[in-house]
Design a binder for this molecule. Structure first.
Ligand SMILES: [Fe+2]
Ligand SMILES: [Fe+2]
Length: 256
């Protein structure tokens, strides 16, 4: 039975939720992975025993981080867009450009997903990470294109009007040269049957940094439904080769 004699007001409800959250934070020790710390310039690992000793009676967090938006039990790609991807306008604008220039759905989807590595996970080698995340759920052409845009974006292709992006000169300096593994990837990709799919990611990419354009994720729900094989048990719970990546996004501060 509810202990409250009357329904809670909104502000009481908010207080109660905050209280619950504080308790969870107080009960659980939240740690950072080595990779998170490296971004601050240190290579360190939390000492579990020392942390336990410093927090008597507490345990390490082994599930959802109460500071982050809650995820549904069986999360979909859309849920990850909403709750775990950073602002996704760049992806949405890329996909919208592909759509508005009459490109097929698989290219629209590739554009929609091409930078999810950056939007959710890590910048370094984002094309490879993003491709690995989606590989079990999309046609191989789409994941191949996402993986390979990592390399292709550094090389012009006049046949489709793609030049080395001006922005990269600003970002990386005029003397930046891609590493040999990127050059080798480009050389391998040039004659691949899916080359042009990946190239179209680059073509749609450069038009997609307009701060004023607003594209709605709802515009792409149908395309996702038709082209992304959403697992019934939820992303992260389907035992696919990349399920662990989705779980890690869901629970980025879980102790193990
Ligand atoms: Fe990218
Ligand atoms: Fe991009």
């Amino acid at each position: 039975m509810n202990e409250h004699a009357r329904p809670l007001t909104l502000s009481e409800r908010a207080d109660e939720l905050e209280e619950q959250m504080m308790q969870t934070l107080n009960e659980r020790i939240i740690t950072k992975s080595v990779l998170f710390r490296m971004a601050d310039g240190t290579v360190e690992i939390d000492n579990g025993q020392a942390l336990l000793a410093a927090n008597p009676g507490k345990h390490f967090l082994m599930g959802a981080d109460p500071r982050l938006p809650a995820m549904p039990e069986k999360p979909t790609l859309i849920d990850f867009f909403k709750y775990r991807f950073g602002p996704a306008q760049h992806l949405l604008q890329s996909a919208a450009h592909a759509r508005d220039t009459g490109q097929p759905e698989r290219i629209q989807l590739a554009c929609l997903l091409h930078d999810i590595g950056v939007a959710s996970f890590i910048r370094c080698d984002h094309g490879y990470w993003g491709a690995q995340m989606i590989e079990p759920y999309v046609d191989e052409e789409v994941s191949w294109a996402v993986r390979t845009h990592q390399a292709l974006r550094f090389f012009p292709d006049p046949s489709v009007g793609y030049e080395y992006p001006e922005m990269y000169i600003k970002y990386f300096g005029a003397d930046y040269k891609p590493e040999p593994y990127i050059v080798a990837e480009y050389e391998r990709a040039r004659n691949h049957k899916y080359y042009m799919t990946s190239r179209m990611i680059c073509v749609n990419d450069i038009y997609s940094f307009d701060p004023n354009a607003k594209v709605d994720l709802n515009d792409f729900i149908d395309i996702i439904g038709r082209n992304f094989r959403q697992p019934e048990d939820g992303l992260g719970f389907d035992s696919s080769p990349s399920a662990h990546m989705w779980r890690t996004l869901m629970w980025p501060t879980r102790f193990l």
